[in-house]
Design a protein around this ligand. Structure first.
Ligand SMILES: [Zn+2]
Length: 117
């Protein structure tokens, strides 16, 4: 039986705010509404690990809508602050947890062995 492998990236909105960003249409810094999304890898829709963060940006002056805009120095000057402000959702770490958990349990048993012997 053939089961197609379903994997790729998904987006989940993690925050919303208004920021002064560079608008390519206005060719200047303008206030814009920004919907920040967490981008994560998935396999069969089970999140594996969080990846990048990007944003949907709507310029408040000209109304230009941009999707999947990377949050970097080209968009705004205080991009590191914005990236830090919004956290990936807990479920995007499920895949990493499943992989790491057996090792953590093994380590705990190893430590218990060392302490009791
Ligand atoms: Zn604009």
């Amino acid at each position: 039986m053939f089961i197609p492998l379903k994997y790729g990236i998904e987006r989940s909105p993690i925050g919303y705010g208004e920021y002064l960003v560079r608008c390519p249409h206005c060719e200047a810094h303008q206030w814009a509404e920004m919907l920040v999304s967490s981008v994560y890898s998935h396999i069969y829709y089970i999140p594996l690990y969080p990846g990048d963060k990007d944003a949907m940006v709507v310029c408040k002056k000209c109304g230009l809508k941009r999707y999947g805009v990377p949050i970097n120095a080209n968009l705004m000057t205080d991009y590191m602050e914005v990236r830090r402000q919004y956290r990936h959702k807990w479920f995007s770490y499920i895949g990493v947890s499943i992989i790491v958990l057996p090792f953590v349990i093994w380590l705990i048993f190893l430590l218990i062995n060392v302490v009791t012997n």
